[in-house]
Design a protein around this ligand. Structure first.
Ligand code: SF4
Ligand code: SF4
Length: 375
């Protein structure tokens, strides 16, 4: 296992972190998963107030290995609150559930909207309680996680209130690249949310994608894309049981620069997408927004890009089902809501027929409604 510096916190975290949102089958399973993660070299355990019994189970696991605590780093996450008192109560409840006096890192869980950021920045908002918790020794380092738009992420980073950020960034989703760079410039740690699942459900890749990535696996390539980036500190691994840790951690030491053979495969993927999508390829410039119907045009068309180019339709359906069902965690309406008003058309540098492509995306990706694992 390799360890990377979490920016200005000066903590050295394992390049994979255990995300504890899926180990909840039983307390025994949670403890066994934590034990195995630690045995394999993971020193960063990440939980959240919103993950059901996750904090409680993690507390039980920590009590089973008390001598290890000084070598382990614990992060919990609490949603932003408008009121400092509420945040203060939430921090104390998390510490109680974990059974600890302090945590290494506290992240504001989901600065997803401008309003969340306002709550953070307000003089009597939740950061007042967080900073008091730091002064009281209950929290050592403060960061935030986000599923929000790039503009909100950049503004949160520029607030200079945070030492690390936990965000979405993958080979198949590079919209947040400027946030990764800005965080790096500010010496903040960068944690990547769930590269295997949110990064493309790459543990069950379609045949076309597998063939294009040969001799590598799509998941290994995505891990290498991230591990080879010196700005990235650690990747979250949401293992449901000890067995799910084994394969990912077999690549945990591979953080050297990309090899020519890997760069070649990334070029092949790009060339194939250009050929398959032709003049319908959405370049992900985001110039088309805003849409009066609140359709997240670039994200709908990103999912279409992936479905058409790489047969990633199952991943596309999984994510598309979240529109209209996951609030600020996955905002925007489905493509079928397009009224063909035409507002977006002059803004698209690719001159795409956006209404037609949205309808096509809807036909390809519609299915049962989805929801987040944890709200
Ligand atoms: S044409 Fe459709 S996608 Fe474009 S702005 Fe109008 S409603 Fe939104
Ligand atoms: S403006 Fe066109 S190319 Fe850019 S994100 Fe929107 S649809 Fe895609």
């Amino acid at each position: 296992m390799h360890y990377h510096r979490l920016g200005k916190t000066n903590l050295y975290l394992s390049v994979f972190s255990l995300g504890t949102m899926r180990y909840l089958a039983s307390p025994e399973n949670a403890v066994a998963t934590v034990r195995q993660a630690v045995a394999l070299g993971i020193n960063h355990l990440e939980t959240a107030r919103g993950y059901g019994k996750s904090e409680e189970y993690l507390g039980a696991a920590l009590r089973e290995m008390p001598a290890r605590r000084e070598h382990l780093y614990i992060t919990t996450k609490i949603p932003p609150t408008q009121d400092a008192g509420e945040m203060s109560r939430c921090i104390d409840e998390s510490l109680d559930r974990l059974g600890v006096e302090w945590v290494d890192c506290l992240a504001i869980h989901g600065i997803n909207t401008p309003q969340h950021l306002e709550w953070v920045l307000a003089a009597d908002g939740c950061m007042q309680a967080v900073q008091q918790a730091v002064a009281d020794g209950k929290v050592r380092h403060v960061g935030f996680s986000t599923h929000g738009p790039l503009e909100v992420i950049l503004a949160a980073i520029n607030s200079d209130l945070f030492e690390f950020v936990n965000l979405h960034y993958y080979y198949f989703f590079q919209r947040n690249a400027p946030a990764v760079e800005l965080a790096h410039q500010k010496d903040m740690g960068v944690l990547i949310i769930s590269p295997a699942d949110k990064g493309g459900q790459l543990y069950t890749p379609p045949a076309t994608l597998e063939q294009l990535c040969h001799p590598f696996s799509p998941l290994a390539l995505n891990y290498r894309f991230l591990l080879s980036d010196p700005r990235v500190t650690t990747l979250s691994l949401g293992a449901a049981n000890p067995e799910e840790l084994e394969w990912p951690l077999s690549v945990a030491d591979q953080d050297e620069p990309l090899m020519p053979a890997e760069i070649e495969v990334f070029k092949r993927l790009e060339t194939h997408a250009l050929t398959a999508l032709g003049t319908d390829k959405c370049s992900q410039c985001y110039a088309c927004l805003p849409c009066p119907e609140n359709i997240n045009i670039p994200e709908v068309l990103r999912l279409r890009n992936l479905a058409v180019a790489y047969e990633m339709s199952e991943y596309g359906k999984y994510r598309y089902a979240m529109f209209e069902n996951a609030g600020h965690w996955f905002p925007g309406m489905k493509g079928s809501r397009c009224t063909e008003c035409g507002d977006c058309l002059p803004r698209c540098p690719e001159q795409l027929n956006i209404p037609a492509l949205l309808q096509d995306a809807h036909q390809r990706l519609k299915g049962p409604e989805g929801r987040r694992l944890w709200g």
